[in-house]
Design a protein around this ligand. Structure first.
Ligand code: HEM
Length: 618
């Protein structure tokens, strides 16, 4: 008993001594805590503190605890005191009132290891390092400007129907329908032709962005089923996809047919054909003349001679084939836009008509090529001047040393291009110019004064005179502005993703540039619908592809290579007709009665032929 009491005393003594020592300390510290107004800890277990109370969803557990112990409570995670805030005022006090004080992070062993010793933003202690790293990241990744730059800014599509998209809205004159739509939806709008998204551009800035700023990207052409069939699988220039083949074929055609030097060399052909037409007009002796028919023949004769070497005997048939060819180029095939409905093209006879025209033109071209091969076998004098385009293309085809090889189909496709691109466009601009002159007698008079003064009594106006014909040039520019032969450029296609005027345009998007809408934009032109050649007299605006408000020939890489060729014919023919004749309408029709209705194919032509009664002026 004594032993056990002794044992008890001896074992309790140190404990009691410790207790005696601790009591005043505890009392002291609790008084000092009271003075400091410390947050009382919620009940906890030794060693683990309140860790066991966090559970698998600490936010719920702590919310429950805060309902018992208050919205500001002290818990212990192991031995670490943690203040838990669950009220708006508490959050404000920590994150606003004392933000700077509470801006540090605790050192947590695993996150520190995972972040290269808290070298990141989230776990770095408050200080200069954290400030710098955070600010760099915000500026270059997380700032509003940067975040906006990551957003895909797609052009919203205008309302459309299922399957057909906006096809029904194009109507019979797409350039006019699209102009009306752009007034409502903006000068850059996304439409859908069937399932194919098409960006329609109707402003000079938009045209500049496509044809200059992003010219290389938009230099492709979409694959369109009917044009592809008509051009031997897009082996021509106009519909060939952008690439080495297109570059070579275009450059060969420019060098050997359309360059200024070559165009000059065809001068005698132009002058001969113009004299012949002027003579024919004189022979009608006061009767009605179909001037449209005469100008078509003149244009075709010139192109035939420079491209094929001569006018062909069964030429009438060739002319009819060309008309059919051009009509087909202007047709919108369902298959190009709704591939699974391509059988509709077959049903409406489009396929059949295309195949027939392709076959007949092909036979005609084969005949022309064979004739050239035989002729070259007989006369091989190597005289470059005598060679027409077919001779030159055959030479290139035969040349083993040339880097670039092409087949007979290329020759045929290029010839088809020259005729389809060159005849109707050239003819219709002369026809429209004469029609406008007849409707505006004062303008006609002014032009006649200019040509008469420059001709100085000579029987014909020649190409040397053109340099001084400022009013004539203004008349032609105004004609090409108001009666743009291709009111919508041949469609372009993006070769890669591109940002066009703030919008993300994906690769393979078709682009239609409505150059006639731009040429009649009231923001750019004063009285845009009136024929006023004077507007060009003191203006540097030209149609060569540098002024985006006037783009009858397009611009950039895909621009028309035939400007010199066509302008030479237009100027000469127009100057000589108005120099030699006064033109009156049949049956004493008044000038303003002249019908100016349009017919829209691939080229916008005058619907009715231009019938006039020519009276010699001298
Ligand atoms: C008034 C007469 C003419 C007008 C208004 C005209 C207009 C045009 C236009 C708007 C284009 C498409 C441009 C683009 O897609 O951006 C074009 C392309 C073309 N034109 Fe003309 N053209 C005319 C005469 C000619 C002539 C006389 C020829 C040849 C003899 C010709 C041959 C071509 C060719 C081959 C292309 C395709 C260019 C390419 O895709 O790279 N054009 N033309």
């Amino acid at each position: 008993m004594f032993l056990s009491f002794q044992f008890l005393v001896f074992s309790l003594v140190p404990f009691l001594v410790l207790l005696l020592l601790l009591i005043p300390f505890q009392w002291l510290s609790s008084t000092s805590k009271k003075q400091k107004n410390t947050l009382p800890s919620i009940p906890k277990l030794p060693i683990i503190g309140n860790l066991h109370q966090l559970g698998s969803a600490p936010h719920f557990s702590l919310r429950a605890l805060s309902k018992i112990h208050g919205s500001l409570m002290l818990i212990h995670l192991g031995s670490v005191p943690v203040v838990v805030v669950s009220s708006v005022e508490g959050a404000r006090a920590v994150l606003k009132t004392h933000d700077l004080i509470f801006s540090n992070r605790p050192k947590l062993s695993i996150p520190a290891k995972l972040t290269y010793g808290a070298k990141d933003i989230g776990f770095a202690p408050y200080g200069e390092h954290w400030r710098q790293v955070k600010s760099i990241t915000v500026v270059h990744l997380l700032g509003r400007k940067r975040v906006r730059s990551f957003r895909k800014n797609t052009l919203p599509s205008i309302p459309k129907f299922p399957i057909i998209g906006n096809l029904h809205q194009l109507g019979s004159a797409p350039h006019l329908s699209l102009r009306a739509l752009s007034k409502k939806h903006g000068s850059l709008m996304l439409i859908h032709l069937g399932s194919v998204p098409v960006v329609v551009v109707s402003s000079a800035e938009g045209a500049r962005a496509v044809l200059k700023t992003h010219d290389l990207i938009f230099s492709n052409r979409p694959k369109l089923s009917i044009p592809a069939k008509l051009t031997y699988g897009a082996k021509d220039i106009g519909f060939a996809p952008y690439g080495e083949y297109w570059r070579q074929v275009k450059s060969i055609t420019v060098v050997h047919l359309l360059s200024r030097k070559r165009v000059r060399s065809f001068r005698s052909i132009r002058e001969r054909e113009t004299i012949s037409m002027i003579d024919m007009m004189g022979k009608t002796r006061g009767s009605v003349v179909d001037l449209s028919e005469m100008i078509i023949s003149l244009t075709n004769n010139i192109i035939c001679q420079v491209a094929l070497g001569r006018i062909y005997g069964d030429y009438k048939k060739f002319k009819e084939l060309l008309v059919a060819f051009q009509n087909l180029l202007g047709v919108m095939s369902v298959g190009s836009y709704i591939p699974w409905l391509s059988w509709v093209d077959w049903l409406r006879g489009l396929e059949g008509r295309t195949n027939k025209v392709v076959k007949e033109l092909d036979e005609f071209f084969d005949g022309v090529i064979e004739e050239h091969i035989n002729k070259n076998k007989m006369v091989n004098d190597g005289n470059e001047k005598e060679k027409d385009l077919v001779d030159i293309l055959l030479d290139i085809q035969r040349d083993d040393t040339a880097d670039f090889k092409f087949e007979r189909d290329t020759i045929k496709a290029v010839i088809a291009d020259v005729f389809s691109g060159g005849t109707d466009t050239t003819f219709s601009s002369i026809e429209w110019a004469l029609s406008e002159l007849i409707r505006h007698p004062k303008t006609m008079e002014k032009l006649q004064v200019e040509v008469t003064k420059i001709a100085q009594g000579r029987p014909m106006i020649t190409e040397d005179d053109m340099v001084n014909m400022h009013y004539l040039k203004a008349v032609l520019k105004e004609t090409l502005r108001l009666h743009t032969p291709f009111p919508i450029l041949v469609p372009h296609e993006s070769r890669q993703d591109v940002n066009l005027m703030g919008y993300d345009i994906p690769q393979g998007t078709q682009v239609m540039i409505n150059v006639s809408a731009i040429a009649t934009d009231p923001l750019l032109w004063d009285e845009p619908d009136k024929f006023k050649p004077e507007r060009f007299l003191n203006s540097s605006i030209d149609y060569k592809g540098f002024d985006f408000e006037l783009l009858p020939f397009g611009a950039g890489r895909r621009g028309c290579p035939g400007i010199e060729f066509t302008v030479a014919i237009n100027e000469l023919v127009l100057a000589n007709i108005v120099y030699k004749y006064d033109l009156a309408l049949p049956n004493d029709g008044r000038p303003e009665e002249l019908d100016m209705s349009e017919i829209v194919g691939i080229v916008v032509r005058k619907k009715l032929p231009l019938l006039v009664v020519p009276t010699p002026r001298f």
